[in-house]
Design a protein around this ligand. Sequence first.
Ligand code: HEM
Length: 283
Amino acid sequence: MTDMKTEGKTGSVPVFVERFNKHQKYQHLLMMISVGMLMFTGFAIKYGHSAYAVFVVGLFGGFRNLFNVHLTMAVLMIIAGAYHVLYLLFGWKYRGLSLAMVPNLKDLKDALQHARYLLGLSRERPRYDRYSYLEKFEYFAVFWGIPVIGISGATLWFPDIAARYMPLWVIDMMRIIHSNEALVCLFAIALGHVFWVHLNPGVFPTSPVWINGKISLAHMAEEHPEEYERLVKEYAAKGIKIGEPQHGLGRFTHSRPLMITELIAYLLIFGWLFWVFIPKLFA
Ligand code: HEM
């Protein structure tokens, strides 16, 4: 079991446990700033004739500045990625290899059970361990996405050098790859990630993990029951009994107005996406 630093003890029972350590918080922050700014500036390049582009280019005081910000943020994103890889390697050397993030057969079973639960075919929610199949999927999407968007972006940044090693059609293809991967990234973050860590009624308006690195025991018991049970056993071995967490989840957890508003917003977004993209498939 990972080292669990605890805080905010009620008697001897922890209220919060550490989920992100300081390195993980810095990595998340660097990634958030760089990828956020890359999207903000990148889509102004992609949709250069739109009102959005006119607004964003105006904000930066001209296209050249905007493009330079895109390139600077690209470097920051690569630094964040390298920081994470070094962190993994050091962790492996000094703390041993953790396989908690590696997908396994249980994730497949959890995904199927989650689908059954969401379709109303089962009343049981999947019981996640430290990372759910969705969190693992998102992590590897980033792990895969950075080289894809980084290599394609670097090819476009240095076309003269790229042209020495690859034919023109590959460079053209890199532009399509860069552009489409950026779109996938936008949808994954805006629709998926933002829901799980902000709009999800259990954590609305935000999960505190990325800010203070902590998760409450109540939230852990709800979202990561297998990890929670392991923690309970660890404390029991030290002679400390953790019963049901005495504190509640977020105050919006059962808010029907919030759920209905979000459901309508998501239906509108999906309706709009289908309306825009489906006809293009047959064009
Ligand atoms: C190492 C990382 C990156 C580098 C080196 C990079 C570099 C570039 C360059 C040089 C261009 C101009 C392409 C051209 O000449 O048309 C560009 C365009 C663009 N970038 Fe990036 N970029 C990076 C990461 C990202 C990320 C993470 C996103 C968004 C998630 C993004 C979104 C875009 C978009 C949407 C465009 C416009 C593509 C188009 O014209 O269709 N970029 N990038």
